[in-house]
Structures are given as C-alpha cells and as structure tokens.
Design a protein around this ligand. Sequence first.
Ligand SMILES: Cc1cc2nc3c(=O)[nH]c(=O)nc-3n(C[C@H](O)[C@H](O)[C@H](O)COP(=O)(O)OP(=O)(O)OC[C@H]3O[C@@H](n4cnc5c(N)ncnc54)[C@H](O)[C@@H]3O)c2cc1C
Length: 488
Amino acid sequence: MSTHNETVDVALIGGGIMSATLGAFLRNLEPSWSIRVFERLPEVAAESSDAWNNAGTGHSALCELNYTPEGPDGSIDITKAVGVNEQFQQSRQFWQFLLDTGQLQDNSFINQCPHMTLVRGGDDVDYLRRRHDALSASPLFRSMRYSTDRDEIASWAPLIVEGRPESDTIAATFDATGTDVDFGLLTRQLLSHHKDVQVNRDVARIEPDGAGWNLKVRNTFTRHESTVHARFVFVGAGGRALELLQTANAPEIHGYSLLPIAGHFLRTTAPEVVERHHAKVYGKAPIGAPPMSMPHLDARIIGGAKSVLFGPYAGANPKFLKNGSLLDMPRTLRPGNVLPFARMGLANLNLLGLLVGDLTSSPAHKLKQLKEFAPTVGDDHWELYAAGQRAQIVKPDQKRGGVLQFGTEVISSAGGSLAGVLGASPGASTAVPIALSVLQKSFPNRYEGAWADRLHEMVPTLGVALTDAPELAAATMARTAAALGIEP
Ligand SMILES: Cc1cc2nc3c(=O)[nH]c(=O)nc-3n(C[C@H](O)[C@H](O)[C@H](O)COP(=O)(O)OP(=O)(O)OC[C@H]3O[C@@H](n4cnc5c(N)ncnc54)[C@H](O)[C@@H]3O)c2cc1C
C-alpha cells in the first residue's frame, strides 16, 4: 500500500492557459472540491501561454488560409473554419461570464485587432475571392470584406501596399471583428482566483492508486519530494504532457511521440511601424510547410504597449518546452513509438528540410521575407527573438506507420479520472472548448445532468451551431463584443 502526504479532489499539472481555464470551470461547477495547481517554474504562464511566446491571435478562422482547403473541383470547404470560429465564440462567452461574475479583473487581456489575409498572384487572388464568397454564407463571417483595390487595402494596412511594384497583383480580406489576446495576462488573472497554486513544483510521475492517482512532486527550490493523492488529474503541462501520461501508463497514447518545432519572431516597437499597423495580416505558407508557419505581420498590445511582430520562423530545437531539457525527446522514446516517429520523418523529409533551412537562414534572408510583406519597413528596427516551443503530435497510423498531426488532442484515460492535452493548434484560443471536452469525457454523467444548467449559464449557446442560427449568432457576438470591449 502506498502512502501519501496529502489528498486533493483535483490536481491540475501546469500553470498555463489550459489548466487555468479548466480550473475556472471546475471552481464554478463544484465549489467544494479542492483543486491544486502545480507549476514547475517560479511563476505561472511563463511557457507557451506567455504573451511573447505566442502570436496572440484570437484564432477564429478570419485570416488563416489553412482552415479553408480547396477541393479538387475548386470548391472551398469551410467546415473547419466554421468549427474554429464556433469554438472562439464559446471562449468569448465564457470570458464574458467570468467578467460579469468578477472572476476576471477586466477585459484588458483582449484587444480589437482586425484580421486580414493577403495573397499575391492570379491563382491565389482567385482563391481568396472564392474563399470570401463561401465564408460570407455563414453569419459568423458576415463582416469580412474582400478587395483587390490597392487604395482600399492600403486604408486597412498601409505598410503592406506601400513600395509594392505595380506588377504585383494582390488581394486581401479584412475583418474588423478580429482580436489580439494576451493569453499570459488571461492565465494569470484566471489563476489569481485559485486558492491553491503551487509554483516551483515539478510533477515527476503519475501513478495509479486505488480510486485515483498519486503524484510524485518535487519542490524545485528545496528538492524535497512528496506524494499527493488526487481523484482527478489533468495534465496541462504543454510539451511535458506526453511524458507524464507515459508515466501513468495511459494506453490511449501508446505509440505517440512529439516533434518539437521552435518559433522565432522579428519584433519592433518603432513608432513609424507600430503607429501605422493595426491588424494581423496572414499570408500563405510556403508549399510543404506546416500550417503554423504561415507568415504574418501582427499588431500586438502587451501590457498596454504596442509592438509589431513578423514570423514565425520555424526552427529545429529538441526541447519540448522553452525551459525544457535536451533530454525531453530521449525521455519519451519507447519501443512502441520509435518506428512511427521514424516513418513520419521519412514521409516528411520536405518539412524537416524546411525546419533546418529556417534554422540556418541568415538575418538578411529573414528580413527579405518580411519585406515581401511590408516592402518599405527599415532594417534597423527589428530584433529576432525566440517565442515558445510547439510539440506536435506524431501518432501511429495503420497505413502510413506514423503521421504528424497539427491539431490538439484531448486524451482521457482510466474512466476519465486522468485527462491531458497534447499538441498546439489552434491553441490557446480554444482553451474553453478544450476544457469543455475534458469535462464531457471525464465527467459524462455530471456534464449531461447536474452540471448542464450551470454550463449553459457559463456558455449560453453550448450545443448550438451558431452558423445555422443567424439571429442568435448576431446577438451573441454583439453581447460578448460589448463585454470584451471589441468590435461588434
Ligand atoms: C510560436 C507560437 C505561436 C503561437 N501562436 C498562437 C496564437 O496566435 N493563438 C493561439 O491561440 N495559440 C497560439 N499558440 C499556441 C498556444 O500558445 C498554446 O496552445 C497554449 O499556450 C498552450 O497552453 P498550455 O496551458 O497547454 O501550455 P503552456 O502554456 O506551455 O503551459 C504548460 C505549463 O506546464 C508547466 N509544466 C510542464 N511540466 C510540468 C511538470 N512536470 N510539473 C509542473 N508543471 C509543469 C510548464 O512550466 C508550463 O507553465 C502559439 C504557440 C507558439 C509556440
């Protein structure tokens, strides 16, 4: 029989946006439950959820081309885009609930920031027009505008037009309802309402113990080790989630491994740039590149200060967390996942080549890529910095051996008493639907029964497809926009 020092109802491993959001739901659904957050670093929200470690795009498919693939017959499939937008509407509703009930201090974590897409060349211009036509059919995208007129595009974002040769055929879409989100600030605000957040606590292992789990916790400051028993464990440990789920022997992740992809951005605070760029402008990813390497020129508002980012430049770095270890990858290799990983690598040599290419590309080459977006910006104002690490899922596949997956996957194990999140995209924007999915998988009876009314107070349109309900969609978007201080 094992012994443990303490018992809690819920253990949330990791102090990022995922744990913070799930914790906020559970606190409201079961106020009597004891919930403890364990964070290995001296502060919360210092990994991918930190504002500088991600691009802060409130992903709602207003500007990202990868959510609207073109079929062989030339039709545009908007299913994924509608899904991503619906998910963001859920996030907006939950944030409004937290503001209304005083569980978020203020709405300064979210700012209005139009989302744009810019394309060049006849085929892409034609694609963007058809994409706009297809999306306009949904009430979620009614405010999106399309133009090939340089003056109009310049009125939306002058820097992407100025200095561009007249021979360059361009088109753009513009949606004023887009947002820039400081997910770090949001995480810190959410966790400030938790009574029990322990920093400098590294959870080394999760072991089954009767009706629950024993967590082996190391105090990174004193080196003291303790065991904490929890009835329900959520692994919101970002890139470390796979390793922790492996220690728990979760069969659901058998054969899984991770491909780490580093992200770098160019950043400027030069007034001549930040005062003239108030949008997030997404372009098209190079052929063969992963979707998250779509180049974008982003206005950011962090801590009230404006800046502009350009990137991301992907790169190779074996760590699974920015503050991780070179041993992150070796520690997760198992007899069952080496082959799927190798097969994925062989099938994605192009991608691996691109990652290495980005790693070795010179500063001059990086500036050249920026100038394809904004031809007249000066060279001196930009600094290159390392953002967060993404750990993309590689999973076994019967036909192909192993496949690389760019989305996020919610893992639920042992009758739901252990859950976790793997992967990185669409990321922090979807923390609310991800938390809802964890609750549904781990507590199915409560979700459909005792919690149902309370969940609808928190996310009023839960279970409704807003894209099929134009009036409700318009009313919901107007209501949340007013609460969050963004464009209705
Ligand atoms: C370059 C880049 C750009 C991105 N851009 C966007 C964007 O524009 N929009 C968007 O919505 N998303 C974006 N994302 C994705 C988004 O940042 C992540 O999906 C999100 O922040 C993940 O949150 P998390 O809570 O799962 O992980 P994290 O924020 O990484 O938090 C995990 C926490 O767990 C802690 N931890 C790890 N192991 C342990 C352990 N053993 N014990 C205790 N604590 C532990 C870590 O220290 C960390 O604090 C981007 C990501 C990157 C890297």
